[in-house]
Design a protein around this ligand. Sequence first.
Ligand code: T4K
Length: 405
Amino acid sequence: GKSDVSELAVFGGPPAFDTPLVTGRPSLPARDEALRRITASLDGRHWTNGGPLVAELERRFAELTEVRHCLAVANGTVAIEVLARALGLSGEVIVPSFTYVATAHALQWHGITPVFCDIDAATGNLDPARVRALITPRTSAIMGVHLWGRPCDVPALDEIAAEHGIPLLFDAAHAAGCRFRGRPVGALGRAATFSFHPTKAVNSFEGGAIVTDDDDLADRIRAMRNFGNDAGTVRGVGVNARMNEICAAMAITSLAHLDEVMDANRRNHVRYREALADVPGLTVRVPGPEEFNNLQYAVVELDEGSRDPDDPGGPRRDDLLAALRAENILAQTYFHPGCHRLAPYRDRPETHAPAPLPRTESLGRRVLVMPTGTAVRPDDVDRVCDVLRLAVRAGGRLTAAHADH
Ligand code: T4K
């Protein structure tokens, strides 16, 4: 690993990695097992429309999530869309701005206004006090995001939803395998949606799921993802939001090896924490006391002071990001600058004017989401941390250097 600031690629040294070390590289813990299931499906010639593998995936995921129903769909975005339609949501839904834009677009796509709510900086999740302040007669639901797998403050959000007689929903895209007070996060709220995108702990090329204990809601979702048709019973309008069998084969295999992926994530997370413990101004975000986190997101946070653009000495996130990328370390800045700053929301005051979002904006400027997963080895993590340590030590010189790039 690098040991002197002058070795940094941003100052002309050779990059730490010859090929890009990527945040989001999918884990593939059991390639041959996946291929066996895929081959069997090809030979079985039942490739979608309620095939045996989707049924098996739904059974396994419902069991893992300790819910009565799991409805597998094409991806985590359409999962939110179908859930919103099945619940008949309209008007406004309160969501965090500090999330991936899919959460907002899935609602906006159906004419529902996402009302962006600020977060509790300590958790990155919806701040219940801010949620309460944003409820209007047009609010039809609250959708929390278990951001980076960290469960929301469910009891507080539940109380607000109950007071107003509206459903509490969760976008649990990051949180497969995560638990809150011992319970799987999918069992919390009226319903939850998951993503099985390659960047997630459970992946299926493309895929998603909606989980709920509500029998009638499950029936409506089962029909709506299949043109309104639930095994011959037509229940009105629907679309094709189905998951195909090949994706189900991948999801089943990924789910069967989720513990291995979480173990690899944990090994890397421990390494990030140990290797960065002595680096001033950086903190590796850690799970809360009441949760089990799949650690699919390894998040390094710059302390508040260090983001001051006028502080010549302190490291700034964008400087560290440039230094990392010069080394072929493709850290991400999830989720900066926040959905409320993205088109079309930035030009639509009704989505965020009610309240400024200072904590969303502050956290978004101070986080680096680092490479992890089974494709990243602990000694890769050590080399990444050597670069971070030297980049922080370079301080203001880094700003000057990368400004030239
Ligand atoms: N709700 C939340 C809170 C979400 O975070 C997401 C998705 C959703 C809902 C919607 O679920 P899906 O409809 O996606 O199932 C990536 C993912 O595309 C996105 O699924 C994910 N959240 C988001 C947080 O991350 P980008 O814009 O960063 O994608 P991209 O193409 O830059 O990929 C990220 C990195 O991963 C790249 O550096 C390369 C690497 N990668 C990616 C893919 C797809 C691979 O190495 N192999 C791959 O196959 O959004």
